[in-house]
Design a binder for this molecule. Structure first.
Ligand code: HEM
Length: 502
């Protein structure tokens, strides 16, 4: 043990002095030959890595998924077979704030899970909301700019935020969720989370169904009001991370029950709206939740940077039995995560221990910055080869997917079945009176600094979702009900035209 306590340099050689620089005389300049000092400073200069573009602030923990039910009729994924127990790493995050932001902000929460399955890593990179703001990947970088800092002032801007949201009617359901009582969860332990997108599952017979993943908290839902959150942030910017860490340290392991919603290919063809549009929900009454098992978090990381900051999740990581869908938002995400991580962590980021698969990896990728393993030694570096190494595995090929239609930049608003306000209206109608009152209050407070033209847009959207929602929002924002009524008579394009700044 004594040996371990001795200071060495990066090359393992003993370091004689770690507090006083090597100087020419007691009051003289520092010598270039103080190489330990140079190494220490040079390393320090490079300690900051880029933060994640979104979801910069986060907290992680290890745990396991235990499958208690049988859903093998839909999927052959080994991780989802009855009785399977799979180790996992999960990272919770806020979305808009930077790495130093406070946890208890009004924002959606990211929930990224890496399941270390025997067939490779499966990453589910979701949020605590069942839908998302947008449905075309084109809009994502712009959402980021609208909710983050204004280019001139360097400050967050409610004006930018609401201008962007109200120009895109598909954001309405998610805006309603974020402004609702659920907009500030009391802790990560007290919220549900979702895969959000439509994914696919396929079974041993290569039959495909469409699927959505849900994780419902066993701790119960608890939220904070704006006032409670402000008081909490004043005392503790790390409230959610601390809550999670302390619960796990004392053995109070948080758990979520996992469910899937299933839609057959036939049902999808006849569904009343696009089932691959991430801004739409699948109603539980039509597509019930089927229980799968329990996700538990039971171990804190040993080192925040190594495990939480360097964790890299991507929806592109699936395993046989789980696949993608034509959701064009998901399609965009399949590219972006690995791309971001190659920039943020380097091309060999999958070799960082928290990201490394627990099964053998044989991918032929060679070399690159920070190669940490033996680089596959002398094994063949090309494929096909005559040595029989690492052949592709056609038995795990997904079932073929029929596609049709001409290549074009389609606008989903031109789809006659598209209704951006149905889900928000449904949500309003299932809310209790207390929840409705909070939603109105929270929105009014949040949108207060914004110009009136944008407030009119939002009030009209609320009217289109539900008459009462619209009426109460109009009143709370101090708008002219007659003007809202007039604006509500047109379509969205007319609304935008009528509410552009003069
Ligand atoms: C096409 C739209 C989207 C784009 C372009 C996008 C992009 C990104 C990027 C670049 C990161 C940082 C990745 C990294 O540096 O490791 C990120 C993180 C994240 N995104 Fe997205 N995102 C999109 C939509 C979504 C959606 C719909 C969800 C939820 C269903 C989501 C959940 C997350 C989560 C949870 C993280 C944090 C992962 C972690 O903890 O490391 N994103 N996103």
């Amino acid at each position: 043990m004594e040996e371990n306590k001795k200071l060495t340099n990066e090359a393992g050689a003993p370091v004689a002095e770690n507090e006083h620089s090597l100087t020419a005389g007691p009051r003289g300049p520092v010598a270039l030959q103080d190489v330990w000092l140079l190494e220490k400073l040079a390393h320090f200069d490079r300690e900051v890595i880029p933060e994640r573009r979104m979801h910069a602030k986060g907290w992680g923990a290890y745990g396991k998924l235990t499958v208690t039910q049988d859903i093998s009729q839909w999927t052959k994924a080994k991780v989802l077979q009855p009785g399977a127990e799979t180790e996992l790493f999960l990272r919770f995050s806020t979305v808009a704030g930077e790495r130093g932001a406070a946890d208890a902000e009004r924002d959606i929460r990211g929930v990224a899970v890496k399941f270390y399955t025997e067939e490779g890593n499966w990453d589910l990179v979701g949020n605590n909301t069942p839908t998302f703001f947008l449905r075309d990947v084109h809009n994502f970088p712009d959402l980021n700019r609208a909710v983050k800092r204004d280019p001139r002032t360097g400050m967050r801007s409610a004006q930018n935020n609401w201008d962007f949201w109200t120009l895109l009617p598909e954001t309405f359901h998610q805006t309603t969720v974020v402004m609702s009582d659920r907009g500030i969860p009391a802790s990560f332990r007290n919220m549900h989370f979702y895969g959000e997108h439509t994914f696919s599952l396929y079974n041993e017979d290569n039959q495909r169904v469409w699927c959505k993943f849900h994780f419902r908290t066993q701790q119960g839902i608890k939220n904070l009001t704006d006032e409670e959150a402000e008081m909490l942030i004043a005392k503790d910017r790390e409230s959610h991370g601390r809550d999670l860490y302390e619960a796990i340290e004392k053995g109070d392991y948080p758990r979520w029950t996992m469910y899937v919603q299933i839609m057959t290919e036939e049902q999808a063809k006849n569904h009343y709206e696009n089932p691959f549009d991430i801004t739409k929900i699948w109603r539980h009454s039509e597509y019930p939740l089927h229980e799968v098992g329990v996700l538990e978090l039971n171990r804190n990381p040993e080192n925040y940077f190594a495990e939480v900051e360097q964790a890299a999740f991507t929806p592109a990581h699936v395993v046989p039995g789980i696949g993608f869908s034509p959701d064009k938002f998901l399609q965009g995400r399949l590219f972006v995560y690995g791309d971001a991580q190659r920039y943020r962590l380097g091309v060999n980021y999958n070799q960082i221990p928290v990201n490394r698969a627990k099964c053998e990896v044989h991918d032929y990728h060679r070399d690159g910055f920070m190669r940490m393993d033996g680089n596959y030694g002398g094994a063949p570096a090309y494929s096909p080869n005559s040595m029989g190494e690492w052949a592709a595995q056609p038995d795990v090929m997904e079932p073929p997917l029929d596609l049709s239609g001409a290549l074009y930049a389609y606008d989903p608003q031109d789809d006659p079945t598209d209704d951006c306000f149905r889900a928000g209206g449904d949500l309003w109608r299932v809310m209790t009176e207390a929840q409705r009152a909070l939603l109105i209050e929270n929105t009014a407070r949040n949108i207060a600094p914004v110009t009136e033209n944008i407030k009119y847009r939002h009030a009209v959207h609320c009217c289109w979702a539900d008459e009462e929602y619209g009426r109460r929002m109009t009143e709370a924002l101090g708008l002219d009900p007659e003007k809202v009524k007039q604006l509500s008579k047109g379509d969205h394009k007319a609304l935008i035209k009528a509410t552009l700044p003069e």
